[in-house]
Ligand binder design. Structure first.
Ligand SMILES: N[C@@H]1[C@@H](O)[C@H](O)[C@@H](COP(=O)(O)O)O[C@@H]1O
Length: 346
């Protein structure tokens, strides 16, 4: 099913390599916007937050959910776009904040959800890469992801810029100096993460057909994103689970030789990922554990940082591996089958 062999670095490789520069641009472009929005949210906290996104951007929303709920206590729920776009159900008036995340800002169902939220009085924040998109036009606050044009179908730098934008927003909202410093250090830390060698993960998946990707808490979003990338670019059936959720049934199929990638942050929630990884390894599963507690000394290596940004660093290393694995398996990661860059769903 593959396209012709790729000569030279792929767009996916080039764009993922630019993620640190993209984050630096995004932070420079939006400093006052983060501060103003943070102050507004402190002065008048929303009753609820609704996220609106698809695909990789929806995984970024998962990251935002954990970060916002753990730092502010405000519930964050993911909107099912069909409720607005197909069922045409109106949203109830409330003190909602709607966070829409999108690379293109053009999918009709996303726009319908945002319109419904706006009609119900929500303040709409758009994290969007295409600042000329209809989503940017509609939003009350626009955070330009500033990742630059992304041409590879597989989103990379725009995903990382979305996570970084969420971290920057929450750092301002919660006036959290530790998180502010961690966010400011992201461009350098991303460059170091890009240099890490995840070749052992690629080797373990070279002839695989399926796998689980495990994370928990702030690490779940990158497990979801990794699973999507492995399907999209490597022809692998990968499913993401939290390390708790996987025990409620799915782990029945984890036996000898079953491949697992696990993303463990260095904090206490990472302990549960480390525990499930150890359980699965004891059954003979082929476990690749990215453990941020090892500060680059594990295999695959993962850097120790603020636990809120460790997932962003791990996915940066993962992207480089996924690009290489895709090519090694005979695929072109820039041109996944049956997909185009802008997906428009109703
Ligand atoms: N995050 C959303 C979910 O909240 C939603 O349930 C799902 C299906 O949405 P739809 O009903 O529009 O197909 O899409 C995304 O994954």
């Amino acid at each position: 099913m593959t396209a012709s062999p790729v000569l030279g670095p792929t767009l996916m490789f080039q764009e993922a390599a630019e993620a640190g520069a993209a984050v630096a641009r995004m932070l420079a472009a939006n400093g006052p916007a983060f501060a103003a929005l943070g102050a507004k949210l402190r002065a008048a906290p929303p009753a609820v937050i609704v996220t609106c996104a698809r695909g990789s951007s929806d995984h970024a929303a998962t990251y935002g959910k954990y970060l916002i709920e753990t730092r502010t206590g405000i519930p964050v729920a993911s909107a099912a776009p069909s409720v607005a776009s197909v069922y045409a159900a109106p949203a109830v008036q409330g003190h909602a904040l709607c966070i829409a995340i999108s690379q293109s800002g053009r999918s009709p169902d996303l726009l319908a959800t945002v319109a419904a939220q706006k009609a119900a009085g929500a303040h709409v924040v758009a994290l969007v890469n295409d600042a000329t998109s209809p989503l940017a036009d509609t939003a009350d606050t626009v955070i330009a992801l500033s990742a630059g044009v992304e041409r590879s179908v597989a989103a990379t730098k725009s995903y990382i810029a979305s996570l970084a934008a969420l971290a920057a927003l929450v750092a301002e909202w919660a006036e959290d100096d530790t998180l502010r410093r961690a966010v400011a250090g992201l461009p350098d830390a991303l460059a170091r993460s890009w240099a890490l060698d995840w070749g052992s993960v690629g080797a373990s998946l070279q002839n695989a057909t399926n796998l689980f990707v495990i994370g928990r808490g702030l690490g779940l979003a990158v497990a979801q994103e990794a699973a999507l990338k492995l399907k999209e670019t490597c022809g692998l059936h990968a499913e993401a689970f939290s390390s708790a959720e996987v025990r409620h049934g799915p782990m029945a199929i984890v036996g000898s030789g079953f491949p697992i990638i696990a993303f463990a942050t260095s904090d206490v929630i990472g302990d549960d990922v480390r525990a499930v990884a150890a359980d699965f390894a004891a059954r003979g599963a082929r476990v690749s554990l990215a453990d941020a507690r090892t500060d680059g000394a594990g295999d695959p290596p993962a850097l120790t940082a603020d636990p809120a940004i460790e997932p962003i660093l791990m996915i940066q290393s993962f992207y480089r591996m996924a690009d290489a694995l895709s090519r090694a398996r005979g695929y072109n990661p820039d041109a996944p089958s049956h997909l185009s860059k802008v997906t428009r769903t109703l």
